[in-house]
Design a protein around this ligand. Structure first.
Ligand SMILES: [Zn+2]
Length: 150
């Protein structure tokens, strides 16, 4: 799967997300790279995806003028999973949803509990949220949202 095909798979996964997710996605970009560089993955873990930003529950009423959050999806680590084209597309969608869950303030431990952590997927994830996204009220609310998403 070349870069353009990978981007098309990401776009298709994006288009498959429910309307409420699109409505909730504000000031966030999805970027496809072949692999993470030293800055994004200092420990060379072969990240599948990475979320960098300020999760939605942490954004206050004064949130304005910030640079967009970024969801990175890394192509080569996905290819290394050696999946069939169908399973590869599913894995790409899964990575995308995992990173979007971080945007909704759900951390990796909680995703693991929900069965969407990286021990269930093909590779590691590092979440670079700018502040601790753990927040009980929003967590319960986003749980509901996530279940709708899956
Ligand atoms: Zn994660």
């Amino acid at each position: 799967m070349n870069h353009r095909q990978f981007e098309a798979a990401v776009r298709r996964a994006m288009n498959g997300l429910p309307d409420w997710v699109h409505a909730a996605l504000e000031n966030i970009e999805v970027i496809v790279l072949d692999e993470a560089d030293q800055v994004l993955d200092p420990e060379r873990q072969g990240l599948l995806g990475l979320y960098v930003g300020l999760p939605l529950p942490e954004r206050g009423v004064d949130y304005a003028g910030e640079l967009p959050d970024v969801i990175y999806l890394f192509r080569k680590p996905h290819l290394k999973l050696n999946l069939s084209p169908h399973d590869l597309r599913r894995e790409i969608a899964k990575t995308l949803i995992h990173e979007i869950a971080h945007y909704f303030g759900i951390d990796d431990d909680h995703l693991e509990e929900l069965g969407w952590g990286w021990s269930h997927a093909g590779g590691p994830c590092v979440c670079w949220a700018k502040s601790n996204p753990y927040h009980l009220i929003s967590r319960n609310r986003t749980d509901l949202s996530l279940y709708c998403l899956l």
